[in-house]
Design a protein around this ligand. Structure first.
Ligand code: ATR
Length: 471
């Protein structure tokens, strides 16, 4: 048996070291390297007993310790560090070697890097990896792009360390060049929307007067039904947590300014370029933006009047059920929008992405894992869908939820509780199903002031009239 490592991991920060441990725990001999060797040494000192690690101080020794074609996973800071590390690595490699970027790279960077390495006879695989640090260690959801040939060599090893649902890996070949990172980006965009909806449900429960423990109970109960998901599960835990210093609910002592690393923004930017509507994700990004705009908020708080965000309801339990339905329906719309964006990008970039397979590998391991994804997977497996919203069980579910959904949005609007996510999702639902949209008037206006022409419902071709003199 060869003493060479089956795979190498570059970057021994939290994600990289956990991924290396996951590989080792699954019986793979793993070469490990970090720019500063102390992190590599720490990993081997603390976790060496978990499996077979081959640590290296010099990058050349790391490369030499891996069997060919070499499979190497970069788990380093995205951006310039990825390029500079690739530049150091490439002269040491041989034809057919596979460099995997497991970070959150922008898919356009991945396309550029893939092209560059392909010209050198190397494979470059942009692999989205979701699941946070626990997922990296215990089984993430993995979304690899790149050449189909590279997946033949890489697939079995990645599948072996991914999360599983009924023995099926949460890892599948996504498509060429940037496809994997694109899908991971949209995953994160959907995650933004999921969290925004949860935040809106929390504000509504607060407006009705629920205590944090009561809210935690509501989320815990929701997690036993259709909303069953990782994010709902941890919401119950976060709401129940008390601040060790003051004894107050910890959420109430956290500054209400949400951070972001950019993948949600990328998802919206890319959707704008593709012309595909993702208003739920956009509202989620903007909700974080306004939360982090202290000057605007302070000035507006002093100037603007409105209701006091208190909601009186006769039947609290009934209202909780309505919020649950609004949350479920909005979530469905966000997933539909994200998957529509993936489908559009697949057509634009020639990726031919199987949307049902994407839903399948998101069922476990990743942050947006949810019971809903099994329904989505099976709907896409059964039929070709222009959008998830047309799937029979989905359309039926939305029809059953819409009265509650509309009620929640109207109650919130009247009480001054901001629900941009629920409202955007509902607007998308109503726009998508409308027999006619106000776009006809938009076209009339555009033709009036700019002679942009319009099409007619009863004749082919582009038309223009002089709005003040013709007819
Ligand atoms: P995580 O989020 O997993 O904690 P990260 O911030 O995404 O980590 O990435 C940190 C990793 O990128 C570290 O392994 C770091 O190497 P050092 O430990 O030597 O700092 C690596 N990294 C950052 N910049 C780098 C660069 N310019 N070249 C090589 N590696 C770099």
């Amino acid at each position: 048996m060869s003493n060479l490592a089956a795979v190498g991991v570059i970057g021994m920060a939290v994600m990289g070291s956990n991924l290396a441990r996951n590989l080792a725990r699954n019986g793979h001999r793993v070469a490990v390297w970090n720019r500063t060797p102390n992190k590599t040494n720490e990993l081997v000192a603390e976790h060496g007993h978990e499996g077979d690690f081959v640590p290296a101080v010099e990058l050349a020794d790391f490369v030499a310790s891996i069997e060919r074609p070499r499979r190497m996973i970069l788990m380093i800071k995205a951006g310039a560090p990825t390029d500079s590390t690739i530049d150091l690595l490439v002269p040491l490699l041989d034809e057919g070697d596979i460099v995997v970027d497991g970070g959150n790279a922008h898919f356009e960077d991945t396309r550029r890097r893939e092209l560059k390495l392909r010209d050198l006879g190397l494979h470059f695989v942009g692999a989205g990896i979701s699941g946070g640090e626990v997922g990296a260690l215990e089984g993430p959801s993995i979304m690899p792009g790149g050449s189909p040939e590279s997946y033949e060599a890489l697939g079995p090893i990645l599948e072996s360390i991914s999360a599983k649902v009924d023995g099926e890996p949460c890892c599948t070949y996504i498509g060429p060049d940037g496809a994997g990172h694109f899908v991971k980006m949209v995953h994160n965009g959907i995650e933004y929307a999921d969290m925004q909806f949860i935040g809106e449900a929390y504000e509504l429960l607060k407006a009705v007067g629920f205590s944090h423990d009561e809210m935690a109970d509501v989320f815990a109960t929701w997690n036993t039904g259709d909303l069953d998901s990782y994010l709902i599960e941890i919401t119950a835990e976060v709401l129940r947590k008390k601040d060790p210093r003051t004894g107050r609910p910890l959420v109430e002592v956290i500054v209400d300014a949400a951070g972001m690393k950019g993948t949600g923004t990328w998802t919206v930017q890319s959707a704008l370029n593709l012309g595909t509507p993702v208003n739920t994700i956009a509202e989620s990004v903007f909700a974080r933006a306004i939360s982090s705009a202290p000057e605007l908020r302070q000035a507006a708080r002093a100037a603007l009047q409105g209701p006091d965000a208190k909601i009186q309801v006769a039947d609290r339990e009934a209202f909780v059920e309505q919020i649950r339905q609004a949350l479920w329906a909005s979530k469905v719309v966000a997933y539909a929008q994200g998957l529509d964006e993936i489908r559009m990008a697949g057509a634009e970039y020639g990726w031919d992405i199987n949307v049902g397979e994407v839903a399948k590998i998101w069922r476990a391991g990743c942050i947006i894992r949810a019971k809903l994804l099994e329904r989505i997977r099976s709907e896409y497996a059964d039929r070709k869908l222009a959008t998830l919203l047309e799937a029979p069980s989905v359309a039926e579910g939305l029809a059953g939820s819409q009265d509650a959904w509309r009620e929640v949005v109207s109650v919130a609007v009247k009480a001054g509780v901001p629900v941009p996510g629920f409202a955007a999702a509902l607007a998308h639902y109503d726009q998508a199903r409308a027999p006619r949209l106000n776009a006809a008037l938009t076209q009339g206006l555009r033709d009036y002031f700019g002679a942009h022409t319009y099409r007619r419902i009863d004749a082919e071709g582009a038309f223009h009239i002089n709005w003040s003199t013709d007819g």
